[in-house]
Write a new protein. Sequence first.
Length: 237
Amino acid sequence: MVAAVLVRELRRVFRTTTAVDGASWSADAGRVTALLGPNGAGKTTTVECLEGLQRPDAGEVRVLGTDPWHADAAHRAAVGVMLQDGGLPTTVRPLPLLHHLAALHRAPRPVDELAERLGIHEFARTTVRRMSGGQRQRVALAAALVGRPEVLFLDEPTAGLDPHARLEVWDLVRAEAGRGVCVVVTTHSFEEAERLADDVVVMAGGRVVAEGPLARVRGDRSLEDVYFSLTRRREAS
């Protein structure tokens, strides 16, 4: 089986800072892969290379077998993206925005269904500019899901959400994987990775320090214990 997402020896440098340094991992359809690490670990840079928003300095990335930097419109329609900062136009209200995005796809999800599931009707008359951080997160997730993507990239999807909304998002993400979507989630939350992921990629300092099925990476310890053990070992080497 060909991986839905492939990262091979990826390197990305910003002037004197190496954000990603030889990272390699893959993610499969029908599974949730958590890219785990603190701020500055290289998670967002890696995902933005996979989304075609940044160009690798070395190595390669593939999404559904395609280099995202050269992807055509059909490929981009098959990829759902939730950026860390939302990436939403600020002067619109959520439902017109979601209906507009839905009209760009051949078989979109019903907007009202998504809005109901994510509680968007509660603030439907509010423009994006005036929304709270958690409200923007919900709209950004709906925007990523509305086109029924084959691959879904979610950058810190539950940041700013209350506990109830966080559980709802986790349920939605698991449901997407259940219908065969390859879901890649970046997070610095050990709880989120433990609760959500089938597979985990642990990053530190731009490098992959562990990757594979969650149960294999974790062993008989908590993911938090494994992470700190790996990062301390890396710092000592």
